[in-house]
Design a protein around this ligand. Structure first.
Ligand SMILES: Cc1cc2nc3c(=O)[nH]c(=O)nc-3n(C[C@H](O)[C@H](O)[C@H](O)COP(=O)(O)O)c2cc1C
Ligand code: SF4
Length: 442
């Protein structure tokens, strides 16, 4: 069944008249006849988990809003900067009105009259499409003083970012909307209590909100059954790398990762080069080995992937993450498939340079640590590794994760430890081949 990708390939569906002819805005008309709390109950029953990265249940998040709040904001996270991730871009390009409809239902459920869509600066085409769709929705009475004639006022604005990965982190995104520098804020307070302009705010990913109309149409229980226990419905994944058919596909939550690669993406591009590694959920997520991919593509399924060993930071002191294990996750829904022959040290170095460049610099472990990881990985990849570099990488990575204001610190730690642990032989071989000569400190 196609829900999110139903209108892919249909240029006309971007226009409100066609979108309505295809059944669009019916879920919104149904939703405004329900009480906000009933919508939240349906979304909870649908087991909709956030598609932005952390997989937090959407209905539960909406339930955190203070009951007595007068002004509440809904903010759509359309920043999509995670390497490998491009599903929100396609969703907004093909179906802007589904996003507007999902936002209207979610905002009404959250007792909000104000929606901001914060879109990544580089997505010029998609921002223009959204702006046009929002104008159309105002003219057609979907937005404005009385949303679909319900008497509920609803305003929506598209806000363009300026191309900083860190502005995808929800609190720096809120600062950016306020015109401040995109620095993440310390949590708590969480945005649901104190968000944009100091008011309670729900931040949700594009795809999370685009899933809401289907929950209202089908009912929460029926929607939940499309997926697996604890993770209902369907989701979009962006698949790239050495597969035959890279692209965006809609899958039932919990489909096997191996089946996604073999069936949806058509398998590997060269039959003589099997899978070497798979990044399952955007570049922040630990890489998987070929034998680990026959697992359900879900938070629980990938959470059971092979444990990565503990890292000793200093004698007797170990890096403990989530109970001492480091496992993977579907994260932002981006699958990057790498074939035999891929230089994993070079891939890891490239990712580390990305994170070092995007660190906002507020926290010392992230600012300094990501720079060191990038520098050491790059010299290893270039055949200039130095004795002790692998231990340096481990210790530096382990001291970033969990010690920073925002999760970018973890986002640099997890892939580093993932690559280093799972492809240790390759890192060791690269070090052994190093031509670095220590000429002493002058
Ligand atoms: C460094 C960083 C970048 C992020 N980038 C995005 C992003 O581009 N899009 C997104 O939806 N979430 C992103 N997130 C996650 C958001 O902080 C937030 O959890 C998400 O928007 C919540 O939406 P959801 O509950 O619907 O998943 C990022 C988080 C971090 C730490
Ligand atoms: S963890 Fe990194 S990106 Fe996040 S606030 Fe600290 S320095 Fe900035």
């Amino acid at each position: 069944m196609k829900i999110l990708t139903k209108n892919f390939g249909n240029e006309q569906a971007k226009e409100i008249a066609t979108y309505e002819k295809l059944g669009g805005y019916q879920a919104l008309r149904k939703a405004v006849r329900l009480k906000p709390a009933q919508i939240i109950d349906e979304v909870k029953a649908g087991s909709l988990r956030g598609r932005g990265g952390a997989g937090f249940p959407a209905g539960v998040k909406w339930g955190f809003l203070p009951k007595d709040a007068e002004t509440i904001y809904l903010v759509v996270n359309a920043d999509e900067g995670e390497p490998g991730t491009f599903k929100d871009r396609w969703l907004m390009y093909w179906d802007p009105h589904r996003l507007i409809e999902g936002c209207c239902i979610a905002a009404y459920a959250c007792r909000s009259h104000n929606v901001y869509i914060y879109i990544r600066g580089e997505l010029f085409k998609e921002a223009a499409i959204l702006e046009k769709a929002v104008d159309e929705a105002y003219r057609r009475g979907m937005l404005g003083n009385s949303m679909v004639g319900s008497g509920w006022a609803m305003d929506m604005a598209v806000h363009r970012g300026a191309g900083a990965y860190i502005c995808g982190e929800e609190t720096s995104l809120l600062n950016s909307i306020e015109g401040l520098r995109g620095y993440p804020r310390l949590k708590p307070p969480f945005p649901a209590i104190k968000g944009v302009f100091g008011k309670p705010t729900i931040v949700n990913n594009v795809e999370t909100l685009m899933s809401v109309p289907a929950i209202i149409e089908l009912g929460g229980d029926a929607y939940a059954k499309l997926g697996v226990e604890g993770e209902g419905g369907q989701r979009c994944i962006a698949i790239s790398g050495h597969v035959k058919n890279p692209g965006v596909y809609e899958i039932p939550c919990g489909k096997s990762l191996k089946a996604i690669i073999d069936d949806d993406a058509g398998g590997m591009r060269s039959p003589d080069k099997p899978i070497k590694g798979v990044i399952p959920g955007g570049s922040s997520m630990p890489v998987l080995l070929a034998h680990e991919i026959d697992v359900p593509y879900s938070v629980d399924g990938l959470g059971k992937s092979e444990k990565i060993g503990e890292v000793e930071i200093s004698p007797g002191k170990k890096f403990i993450w989530a109970g001492g294990t480091l496992r993977s996750s579907p994260g932002s829904g981006a699958i990057v498939v790498m074939e035999e022959g891929t230089d994993m040290v070079a891939v890891c170095a490239r990712l580390m340079r990305f994170y070092a460049h995007e660190s906002c610099g507020q926290c010392t472990p992230c600012r300094e640590g990501s720079g060191w990881l990038a520098k050491i990985c790059t010299r290893l990849a270039e055949g200039q590794g130095r004795p002790g570099d692998l231990q340096r990488l481990e210790r530096a990575a382990a001291q970033i994760g969990g010690n920073t204001i925002c999760a970018l610190g973890d986002a640099v730690t997890w892939p580093m430890l993932g690559f280093l642990t799972k492809f240790r032989d390759e890192f060791e071989a690269r070090l052994a081949e190093s031509t670095y000569v220590d000429e002493g400190t002058p």
